[in-house]
Design a protein around this ligand. Structure first.
Ligand code: PLP
Length: 387
């Protein structure tokens, strides 16, 4: 592929020019069913009329004013988002990693006067690509020596392990930080009872509970926040990905004692919460709040999972997920040694975009607006590839 983009992504061999709904079109006019939605970002699909209208009207009015000033649309979006999530305050940035950096700084400042400096995260977690969020990430492959030194102050515990909870937190713990479904780590489900027990144990030592909902938030799992399903009422929630439907935005939301930890000068971001992103965020929120929208996300997820399971293919080991965040474990056993990346490439060749999470897990993150016809067309192709 020509071009001088740094070779840090391993991009797939396709160049897209446009999209409509859950269908992408490449430079040659070939169409693809989109089961990726820009890694869980294009929640309203491509060229959604409400999003296009909101962004183009806002671009014509005002794109950016900086964080010196408020904008009318910025205030409107923060009010709407806080009402929707029942949180008290919000910091806007531009990405998931930046939202998590804000949460980490918030937790450190919160714990500073109490001598609490340690953030506990989960094994197999993923929290971003900045050095602090890499340090928070509970996967050794994200800690190569060439990026060292990493910031200290992070420790991991195993998810869903009740026995280890007794020793998980102590007076030095400032926060427990967890994904409600681990995305990059393999679409791993977090058990509701364990999450509630972990949150309770963390709070017992005076630690905050931070839900990294960068991937699970904004309706992805069938509720606006996935933490609603885990019943943990986090003190801090981070969002990004789908929050503004594809316009870059991240958010760190806080409630209660966590909500006024930052004072002026503690944390800022030039582009964060600019009017263009906030207008997009309002449009997304408006669509997700339409009656029945989120229930349909849950239904579509159930449909995909049950359909794939019903294929009973020998190389499909497990199908799991919540809502439209779905993982399929595929085996390289028997006559097929195919990895998830091989399957992803063959699907792309046949007109389906699908993602991976680890060597043997296929990951679905389709637009939340995907239709049943688009699901069926894409699944038919995936079935052929797997078979
Ligand atoms: C749970 C989680 N946290 C943080 C991030 C980092 O987000 P970004 O790539 O927008 O920095 C991701 C990205 O995949 C994620 O899935």
């Amino acid at each position: 592929m020509p071009g001088k983009i740094m070779n840090n992504l391993g991009s797939l061999p396709v160049v897209f020019v446009s999209g409509k709904g859950s269908v992408l079109t490449d430079v040659d006019g070939k169409e693809y069913i989109d089961f990726v939605s820009g890694i869980g970002v294009n929640c309203l699909g491509h060229a959604h009329p409400a999003l296009v209208k909101a962004v183009s009207e806002q671009a014509a009015r005002q794109i950016h004013v900086s964080n010196y000033y408020n904008s009318d649309v910025g205030l409107a979006f923060s009010d709407a988002l806080l009402a929707r999530t029942k949180m008290d305050t919000v910091f806007f940035g531009n990405s998931g990693a930046e939202a998590n950096e804000a949460a980490i700084k918030l937790a450190r400042k919160y714990g500073a006067t109490l001598g609490k400096k340690e953030i506990v995260t989960l094994e197999k977690s993923f929290h971003g690509r900045t050095v602090a969020t890499l340090a928070a990430t509970g996967q050794e492959k994200f800690h190569p020596a060439h990026f060292a030194p990493y910031p200290a102050g992070f420790r991991t515990i195993p998810a869903n392990d009740f026995a280890s909870l007794a020793q998980a937190f102590d007076e030095k713990t400032s926060a427990l930080m967890l994904e409600c479904v681990q995305g990059e780590g393999g679409v791993n489900l977090i058990d509701r009872k364990w999450a509630m027990a972990a949150a309770e144990a963390a709070r017992k030592v005076g630690a905050l509970v931070i839900a990294d909902e960068v991937q699970t938030g904004v309706g992805r799992t069938g509720t606006y926040l996935a933490s609603e399903q885990l019943g943990i009422e986090p003190d801090v929630v981070t969002l990004a990905k789908g929050i503004a439907g594809g316009v870059p935005m991240g958010a760190c939301l806080a409630r209660g004692a966590a909500s006024d930890v930052f004072v002026a000068g503690d944390h800022q971001s030039t582009f964060g919460g600019n009017p263009l992103a906030c207008a997009a965020g309002l449009a997304v929120l408006g669509e997700l709040d339409r009656p029945g929208f989120l229930a349909k996300v849950a239904e579509k997820g159930d449909y995909i999972r049950s359909k794939v399971a019903a294929w009973k293919l020998p190389n499909v080991l497990e199908v799991r997920g919540r809502g439209l965040m779905i993982g399929i474990d595929v085996s390289g056993r028997g006559s097929s040694k195919a990895t998830a990346a091989d399957i992803q490439l063959e699907c792309l060749r046949r007109g389906v975009c699908i993602s991976t999470a680890g060597a043997q897990t296929l990951r679905f993150l389709p637009p939340l607006v995907i239709t049943m016809e688009e699901i069926d067309t894409g699944l038919e192709i995936l079935r052929d590839v797997l078979a």
